[in-house]
Design a binder for this molecule. Structure first.
Ligand code: WT7
Length: 571
């Protein structure tokens, strides 16, 4: 497909003009907005919510919430009081600064209140995606040594309390007749506490949030972000989301993933914008209905969702009034040019791709409103961000050469730790002075970046990052599975799907029933999105002499490509 450049639109930030005037960006200018400029201390939840009460925005709606059974709105003043209350609930339990408190529940107002209240007492919030099953929950709560968790009666059975000696408090949102011993009710506790709270003022380098994400080897890693990240959340809310006072913003991501916190909580509320949260499961109709109902103006979603909507047909779009939309953005995986052209046609909107990662904490390479879009390109780095392409020796490559996408270290929202694993953290910085993203890309002569793929074997299915090792480890727990190798297989809607190659133990025969059973085993042990959609049984899997399964060879088999260098392969 020929790339047609799409001309700029109206917006408030023009990267190209900016670069004509300034040759760098001073992030410390942004700090002047916030309290540490005056007091030397900070709290992100205060800055996101309570600060607006001082400037007369207390009665402004911060959150519209809507699902199959609820339809509610909360002002900044409401969220201030509720999160104060939840902070008091945690204080009463003895939760202190730096403790890890998790939320494991579907998107509801209580989830957002819990996140804000946790941050207000200086604890570190750990969001868990509601689809996680027991094994995934155990790994994350053990690694982080979480002391408290907020959950729902339906999800409670997936928390293996007996295996979690650090977990002292379980708070349940929703009705349950008799709570198990030691489990307390969110609603009861909230009734019993004051709506005034002494906020815990922290240092900008104190821990804020812990997101678990996958790599190609090992268990999921805990990416720690600190309060300082809010500088970038705030500023990208202006530059990239183009948030203005009267915007109604809808980020469709779940807070279990970083987009759902950085841009589902922090960026909009730091900017005092109104946010829409759609809970429950929803159909293509529901997407459009949500935009129409709230007159959403700025919409941040993902390629997999846009492709799903595209698949639902243009006719559906005509049934809704989407004329409120003025800015549409995407993140998480490559945004296909076809989708961009479709967006132009049906929404009369450019879809702006943005690139970043759990580890980067905030957007880094983006398409801005006042910039021409080259469909298929992730755009250009933010002011203050230097991105480049390095070869494997750490040398910068000239335009149009593919290599490692790298960022010069030192942006405000960069992760500060891999939880309890300094060696893993260091792996990202093997070229001194650079953060190596693990993505391959090139930069064209106009400075636009083009994503090419992951350098490691990490799978991106519907925008969710799945580590093949985690799936393989679960697979070999099944009694029939001797060995398993897992790859991402290209898929038109989901980007990639998970495909597992399996060698069975002696005494087991391949069958459809066994395939289904194995799939279910992963689904129930790990998470539905981690279960292989395709399974292929093989007598033997390709391995190195040291016994490592060669996913590269599996991928080549799958795609019918040459297997490349197999000199390290056994026999
Ligand atoms: C990986 C990070 C941060 C938001 C959600 C994903 C891929 C992300 C793009 C994009 C092509 C993208 C990369 C990256 N990715 N944005 N615009 N175009 N690929 O966060 O789960 O940490 O995954 O997602 O491969 O490394 P994540």
């Amino acid at each position: 497909m020929k790339v047609e450049i799409i001309p700029p639109t109206e917006g408030n930030f023009n990267l190209e003009d900016y670069q004509k005037t300034y040759d760098h960006f001073d992030w410390s200018e942004v700090e002047k907005e916030f309290s540490w400029y005056k007091t030397g201390k900070i709290n992100t939840a205060y800055e996101a919510i309570d600060r607006h009460l001082q400037t007369g925005k207390g009665d402004k709606v911060a959150l519209y919430y809507f699902d199959q059974t609820r339809d509610e709105s909360y002002t900044f003043a409401d969220l201030s009081k509720l999160s104060n209350k939840f902070g008091n609930v945690l204080r009463k339990l003895g939760i202190q600064k730096g403790d890890r408190v998790f939320v494991f529940m579907p998107r509801t107002p209580e989830l957002y209140v819990s996140v804000l209240g946790t941050i207000k007492v200086g604890a570190i919030i750990g969001p868990l995606f509601e689809a996680f099953m027991e094994g995934a929950v155990r790994d994350r709560l053990q690694d982080s040594e979480a002391v408290a968790i907020v959950t729902t009666p339906a999800l409670l059975p997936r928390i293996p309390l007996a295996d979690l000696p650090h977990l002292k408090h379980v708070i349940v949102v929703g009705e349950q007749a008799d709570l198990p011993a030691g489990v307390i009710s969110y609603h009861e506790e909230m009734k019993a506490v004051s709506d005034e709270l002494e906020i815990e003022w922290v240092d900008r380098e104190d821990g804020l949030i812990l997101h678990y994400t996958s790599g190609s080897t090992g268990k999921p890693k805990g990416v720690l972000h600190v309060h300082n990240a809010m500088i970038q959340h705030y500023q990208t809310g202006k530059w990239v989301l183009d948030l203005q006072d009267d915007d109604i913003f809808w980020c469709t991501a779940d807070p279990g993933w970083v987009t759902g916190t950085s841009y589902g909580i922090f960026a909009p509320w730091l900017n005092g914008a109104t946010s829409v949260i759609r809970g429950g499961r929803f159909t293509p109709d529901d997407w459009y209905r949500t935009i129409e109902k709230y007159k959403v103006t700025v919409w941040y979603s993902a390629p997999t969702s846009f492709r799903m909507l595209m698949g639902a047909g243009d006719e559906l779009v005509q049934r809704y009034d989407l004329s409120s939309l003025r800015h549409v953005l995407s993140v998480g995986e490559p945004l296909n040019p076809e989708v961009v052209y479709w967006g132009q046609k049906v929404f009369k909107q450019r879809i702006h791709d943005t690139w970043w990662m759990t580890e980067t904490g905030g957007q880094l390479i983006c398409n801005y409103k006042c910039m021409p879009i080259k469909p298929g390109s992730m755009g250009k780095p933010l002011p203050g961000i230097y991105a480049t392409i390095l070869d494997d020796q750490g040398n910068e490559l000239p335009p149009n050469r593919m290599g490692n996408l790298a960022i010069r270290v030192g942006w405000p929202s960069m992760m500060r730790q891999i939880w309890k694993n300094p060696a893993k953290y260091q792996e990202y910085f093997y070229v001194p002075g650079w953060y190596i993203s693990g993505d391959s890309a090139y930069k064209d002569e106009d400075g636009y970046f083009w994503f090419q793929g992951r350098i490691d074997d990490v799978i991106n299915t519907s925008g969710e990052r799945v580590g093949p090792f985690e799936v393989e480890s679960k697979l070999v727990e099944h009694p029939a599975v001797a060995e398993a190798g897992v790859i991402g297989k290209p898929d038109p809607v989901r980007g990639e799907i998970i495909k597992a190659f399996i060698a069975l133990r002696d005494g087991y025969e391949p069958s459809d029933a066994l395939m289904e059973e194995i799939r279910k085993f992963v689904k129930e042990g790990l998470a539905a999105h981690a279960a292989p959609r395709e399974i292929e049984f093989r007598d033997k899997l390709p391995k190195t002499r040291s016994g490592k399964i060669m996913r590269r060879v599996l991928k080549a088999w799958e795609l019918g490509l040459p297997t490349g260098d197999t000199s390290t392969m056994e026999d």
